[in-house]
Design a binder for this molecule. Structure first.
Ligand code: ZN
Ligand code: ZN
Length: 392
């Protein structure tokens, strides 16, 4: 799985392998839901219905882990560019864990009752994989579940699982902003309205939204991830483009930050005497992940029974997911948890030296390499444990 990563919306090889495994374990398999998405269904008598979800897609990253099974794959991305592809977010681990859990549940049908749905979602990274499955009629194609669960590998010690009730992952918004100036010769700034200066002011000024407009208790992240303008030292260009990424944990903060971005951009254009208003293009939006209180307390208690001290209460994460769109569409509660994946000895050495941030590669890094064990066993047990809280 790791050596054969596929970009979002291209996960057909992965889906075929998964469908084959599920079919051999007695699941009724619904393939081709929203592209490569699929659901395996195992009916086992009267009882509740539980949905377990894994995402399948990889990233346009050149893997540099040194693993013997490292990816050397390239593929064409959505814009037709050939890019390196790697499982730099660990979704291969999610797929492997869910296939493992599905097989165990199938082999132990005398120990539970109800219906198990295992859902393999395409295109989590571009943010529209869950939506594509929903638009393709997911809700009508499978029985409505009572509860949903999902997990994600994070750079914590392998063998540990962590969750929290309430807010867990941030929402994420991206915005493309184009500011318009007036181009001129580099020697004649008096003839220009310089969009490079406007963009530079904005990069700094936008940072004051989080630091000056939000309370210290109101977490948010604003990153200007891209600034593009001009082609030459002696030409003042016509326009500049900024890509802004905003992470928040509740809708009121989200609206405050997005409105402040627009206010500051408009004011900067006016201050500079821009001949034309700025353009705003809202891109991908990931919803926040908010774990149901009651279900999450139940899951935390079950994890403590199974994992003891290795079950933790997680911190808020400034990462984002589209998983919650699926339970939200069914109108059901969910719990999402973090699965540790870093060699525990490596992690504790970095902790002793105070160098966790420098030494431990994070998701999306070319060096991110979850250790196979105990990550795989822990992820399988976590999924089975969660399913059995309802079905067992
Ligand atoms: Zn990711
Ligand atoms: Zn991911």
């Amino acid at each position: 799985m790791h050596a054969h990563p596929e970009l979002g919306h291209q996960e057909y090889r992965t889906a075929t392998r998964v469908a084959d495994c599920l079919g051999r374990s007695g699941y009724q398999v619904h393939t081709g839901i929203g592209g490569a998405g699929l659901v395996g269904r195992l009916d086992n008598g009267e009882g509740p219905t539980v949905l377990l979800r894994a995402d399948m897609d990889a990233l346009p990253v050149r893997e540099d882990t040194g693993l013997p099974f490292a990816s050397t794959v390239t593929a064409e991305d959505a814009s037709g560019r050939r890019v390196p592809v790697a499982h730099a977010c660990g979704h291969d681990m999610h797929v492997a864990c869910l296939v493992g859990a599905a097989r165990l549940m199938s082999a132990a049908q005398e120990q539970w009752q109800g219906t198990l749905l295992v859902l393999f979602q395409p295109a989590e990274e571009p943010g529209d994989g869950a939506d594509r499955m929903l638009e393709d009629g997911l809700v009508g194609r499978v029985p409505s579940p009572d509860v949903a669960f999902a997990q994600h590998v994070l750079p914590h010690p392998a063998g540990r699982v962590g969750t929290r009730a309430g807010s867990f992952l941030s929402s994420a918004d991206t915005m493309k902003i184009v500011v318009h100036g007036r181009g001129a010769h580099g020697s004649a700034p008096q003839a220009a309205v310089d969009p490079v200066v406007m963009a530079s002011m904005l990069v700094v000024r936008l940072q004051t939204i989080v630091s000056r407009e939000l309370a210290a208790t109101q977490p948010a992240v604003l990153t200007v991830g891209s600034v593009q303008a001009g082609t030459s030292a002696n030409v003042i260009p016509d326009s500049a483009e900024l890509l802004v990424n905003v992470r928040t944990y509740d809708d009121a903060t989200r609206r405050t930050v997005l409105a402040a971005v627009r206010r500051i951009v408009k004011a900067e254009c006016e201050a500079s005497g821009a001949p034309q208003a700025a353009e705003f293009d809202e891109g991908t939006h990931f919803p926040p992940t908010v774990n149901d209180e009651a279900v999450t307390h139940e899951i935390s208690a079950a994890f403590t029974d199974v994992f003891g001290e290795r079950a933790e209460v997680s911190q808020l994460q400034s990462a984002s997911e589209d998983f919650s769109r699926i339970p939200d569409a069914f109108g059901i509660p969910y719990t999402y948890w973090a699965l540790g994946c870093i060699d525990p000895a490596t992690y504790s050495a970095a902790q002793r030296h105070g160098t966790v941030a420098q030494d431990i590669p994070v998701n999306h890094s070319p060096h991110f390499a979850p250790v196979l064990q105990p990550t795989l066993d822990t992820g399988v047990r976590a999924l089975v444990t969660a399913a059995l809280t309802r079905l067992g």
